[in-house]
Design a protein around this ligand. Structure first.
Ligand SMILES: Nc1ncnc2c1ncn2[C@@H]1O[C@H](COP(=O)(O)OP(=O)(O)OP(=O)(O)O)[C@@H](O)[C@H]1O
Ligand SMILES: [Mg+2]
Length: 192
């Protein structure tokens, strides 16, 4: 990453980022002094064994959790310096999350699930456009129970994309899917 010709500052940068859960003898050092830089347009895959701190890192980068020490810069802002309200605002405006379980609202159609996040975003995509991007333009009026796991996850991808987030964080987005369906969801993500 350091030898790129781009003069743009990284979109995300951490310095000596650490996160410890608990204290004393029971302390768990989930992250120790992580230095990370992410450029605009970059797609990064984070691999590591269970318990190695992947979710902890994503949660801190996305403003869901705070570092114990160290710095986390998003563009010109140190997230550690934000109060809770400003951190919530950062999360709403700039971050899309996709988790292993799709967390769709069962009583709402695909379109309505996507519409929900549009209400808290600045200049969101139309729900139809976001669902088209993940290949679900034809299934917009279906309820989650009428969609396969992979389709439900693609609705969750559309929901995250509808915000047009600067940062899209995906924590095991294919963890609940079979191999083939997982590949299709990853292809949709890579394409986007
Ligand atoms: N709220 C918490 N309280 C205490 N310890 C925690 C908490 N959350 C995570 N941990 C610990 O921090 C370490 C990192 O956890 P994390 O969930 O980030 O790992 P992971 O790489 O995402 O694992 P997996 O692949 O299983 O999802 C683990 O040892 C975990 O037990
Ligand atoms: Mg995890």
């Amino acid at each position: 990453m350091s030898d790129t010709a781009s003069a743009d500052p990284p979109v995300l940068r951490t310095r000596a980022l650490s996160r410890t859960y608990g204290d004393g003898a029971a302390a768990v050092h989930a992250l120790r002094e992580i230095d990370l830089e992410v450029e605009g347009g970059e797609l990064i895959v984070l691999l590591g064994p269970s318990g190695s701190g992947k979710s902890t890192l994503l949660n801190i980068l996305g403003g869901l959790d705070r570092a114990t020490s160290g710095e986390v810069w998003f563009r010109g802002t140190n997230l550690a310096g934000l109060n809770d309200r400003a951190l919530t605002d950062f999360r709403r405006r700039s971050v899309g999350f996709i988790f292993q379980f799709y967390n769709l609202i069962p009583s709402l159609t695909a379109r309505e699930n996507v519409d929900l996040v549009r209400e808290i975003a600045d200049s969101p995509l139309a729900a139809e456009e976001a669902l088209d991007l993940v290949g679900l333009g034809e299934r917009m009026d279906h309820f989650p129970a009428q969609l396969s796991g992979g389709e439900q996850q693609r609705v969750a991808v559309a929901r995250a994309l509808a915000k047009r987030p600067a940062l899209l964080l995906c924590d095991e987005p294919t963890g609940a899917l079979d191999l083939e369906t997982g590949i299709r969801v990853l292809e949709a993500l890579v394409e986007i």
